[in-house]
Ligand binder design. Structure first.
Ligand code: NAD
Ligand code: GLY
Length: 373
């Protein structure tokens, strides 16, 4: 384990998107700091959108901090869980906005993990055709990925994140202290999205994660601050070039084609998104090896790191009768599919990824191998 004693604890990363540019602030104590919310759009009212788990932990503190900017601060508390990333929950936000008479300047604050963030962003994109919103992510996964870049969505029973919009927040406030209350399983899930940035974009970062995995698992502030910062920098670099995923941005979905099939196949919520992505990355790395982009040592290295992060590396059987058929059916509704052809993010050389289809026989081989312990 490498010492992280001298790593800085505060960072600001910018996301450059012309008039939709914004800052991602990363550090300790940011939730309560008035400066975190300086220069946000002026409005009479704000609404905190959170869930029943995060509400008792952090909502009062956020409410106090933003009350100096907004005369009225409402709160809506959603049921917790991926299975509630739905029309019904989205409607609870609209019900609250309308019943409180919120206008088109009302600022929404997403306080929670990726589920709350994705739903709040979609509500903000569509309420009165668009109101400003701020991301206050409280899971590692949300701080390193979902709160950044403007993808918002809800799930449909036939596919994950299928209904949504691209809509950028005004700011992202990542208070690392909130990660102290996160269950260990959720911390591990977040590490999956941290790890993914290495193989697709930055092998030096992969080296760093390997060297600091114990510090990350122990939630050492300097290590977390660097992991969130570097992840956001890489995501910002990608999104800055391809905001609406016409090409490059799809590399951020490394491990997600297999992962989404696992999540949907097991029933949303059975495997955490990050757990499915962790296992999915191992599967995508093996596919990359079969396609000649990386060697077996690379796959072993990634598998070791995923395992060291507390994530599964053996894929579940999602259909006892026809496991391959079920994986293929679920993967074909992935958003990267074109005319029913499944696309995968594969590593064509360490630190670089491409999106491509793959021969059925190789995909079948990966799935068959991956379900064996
Ligand atoms: P989540 O939002 O379900 O949060 C995980 C759990 O942790 C929940 O039970 C939540 O209530 C709880 N929690 C949140 N903060 C806490 C805290 N500080 N202390 C204690 N408990 C806390 O899950 P997630 O992993 O944050 O996000 C997963 C979602 O993000 C998925 O729906 C996925 O599709 C989405 N996602 C979106 C993007 C994007 O670009 N928009 C990227 C990656 C993932
Ligand atoms: N999480 C993938 C993306 O934001 O594009």
């Amino acid at each position: 384990m490498t010492s992280q004693a001298n790593l800085p604890l505060h960072h600001r990363v910018s996301i450059e998107l012309g008039d939709r540019s914004y800052a991602i602030d990363i550090g300790s104590g940011l939730l309560d700091a008035l400066a975190s919310y300086a220069q946000l759009p002026a409005a009479h009212s704000a609404m905190i959108v959170t869930n029943e788990t995060v509400f008792p932990l952090y909502a009062a503190r956020l409410q106090r901090a933003i009350s100096s900017r907004y005369a009225v601060v409402h709160t809506v508390c959603l049921p917790d869980g991926e299975s509630h990333k739905s029309w019904e929950s989205l409607n609870l936000i609209f019900d609250a906005l309308l019943s409180h008479g919120c206008d088109r300047k009302t600022v929404l604050f997403a306080l929670g993990g990726g589920v709350v963030g994705d739903m709040t962003g979609f509500a903000a994109a569509s309420y009165m055709r668009g109101v400003p919103f701020v991301q206050v992510p409280t899971t590692l996964l949300a701080q390193v990925d979902s709160s950044v870049g403007g993808k918002t969505a809800i799930n449909h029973p036939l596919g994950k994140n299928m209904i949504g919009a691209f809509y950028q927040p005004q700011r992202v406030v990542c208070d690392l202290d909130t990660l102290n209350t996160l269950p260990a399983r959720e911390l591990s899930a977040g590490l999956a999205e941290v790890i993914k940035y290495g193989p697709i974009a930055d092998m030096d970062f992969l080296d760093w994660i390997e060297a600091h995995i114990d510090a990350l698992m122990a939630r050492e502030p300097g290590a977390l601050a660097h992991a969130v910062k570097r992840s956001c920098e890489i995501k910002s670099w990608v999104v800055g070039q391809d905001e609406r995923e016409s090409g490059l941005r799809a590399i951020l979905n490394f491990g997600h084609t297999f992962g989404h099939a696992i999540e949907a196949g097991m029933g949303y919520g059975a495997w955490l998104h990050g757990e499915a992505v962790g296992c999915g990355m191992v599967m995508a790395a093996r596919l990359s090896e079969l396609l000649g982009g990386v060697d077996a040592a690379f796959v072993e290295r990634l598998t070791r790191l995923v395992k060291a992060s507390g994530l599964p590396t053996v894929a579940p059987v999602i259909d006892a009768q026809d496991n391959l058929g079920r994986y293929l059916a679920l993967m074909s509704v992935d958003k990267k599919s074109e005319a029913g052809e499944i696309k995968f993010v594969v590593i064509d050389r360490p630190g670089h990824a491409v999106v491509r289809s793959a021969p059925d026989a190789l995909v079948a081989q990966v799935i068959a191998e991956s379900v064996r312990p």
